[in-house]
Design a binder for this molecule. Sequence first.
Ligand code: SF4
Ligand code: FES
Length: 356
Amino acid sequence: MSAIPPPLGLLAELTHRCPLGCPYCSNPLALEKRGDELDTATWQRVMREAAALGVLQLHLSGGEPAARRDLEDILATAAEEGLYTNLITSGVLLDRARLNGLASAGLNHVQLSIQHAEAGAADRIAHFQGAHARKLALAEQVREAGLALTINAVLHRGNLDAVAAMIALAEQLGAGRLEIAHAQYHGWALRNRAALMPEPAQVEESRRIVAEARQRLEGRMVIDFVAPDYHASRPKACMGGWGQRFLNVSPGGAVLPCHAAETIPGMRFERVTERGLADIWYGSAAFSRFRGTGWMPEPCRSCERREIDWGGCRCQALALTGDAARTDPVCALSPDHGSVLDAIAERAGDAVAWRR
Ligand code: SF4
Ligand code: FES
């Protein structure tokens, strides 16, 4: 037990409700209903247990976390417990008064999503008329409230050609940090994969543009770039390794090593209503299942990168091979790597299933 470090961060998915309908959303296809969400007191207990466990950063997420009217109460408890609080938001349900209330409750940081640099295209992707304008207004209010601001943009075929314009927009909005992340194919994004998949040439061009912008903006705006898994030859350490750095709590209270873990068949994820967070982190079968290297098949087992990428993403292995215990097929050493090449070659029109 002592060899397992405490988690660094907790992603609290307060709700799956969201006014937007982005087709790249990684929320599950079967969204949890409002009536199944944890109540305020239980979330506050989760915040206390997280702090006692050693968690340092709290990411309040969803869905849209501002869809919960008790966001302020949950946040205030987390802040009292000394957690660094980050609100991951679409921005459309917040106004100046509510933002200032959140700041008074102890909010440290806002991560605001944008879908494109142009309003028409952005609203089309978000499936919400007027979303982009509200986001721009909120970004200004975040700065005025003295909160740290990160702009987040998820990239896919429909907005990849606007990377340079999105970087310019983040600059103009005064963001200290810009996170540009290629879509990860879980949940709704997996369902829409063939419509979201970028052309290889678009990916290369985006890498070039980001590298150039990083140099130009050094010391002014940090750019985090999450490269597309499918276009890589080695996977990333998903969540920093299963059960090693992060934990998620779903709207209904399931404690998960990652946001897509519930797609893995045959696994049971305990709930905060049944067992304490620390007990689940250190002692549950689900967190132990893919922690470390003991579970690994070849080629991971004898690979020098096994403690660097931890065999990649379990949910991606499941999605591409039907078996979460295989090497992530993104890895060119995986015997299943052809499944990634096939997915890159898949092409669909721009019609997508909107998240709802
Ligand atoms: Fe990582 Fe496994 Fe590929 Fe090695 S074989 S690079 S450990 S995914
Ligand atoms: Fe589940 Fe990567 S998303 S392990």
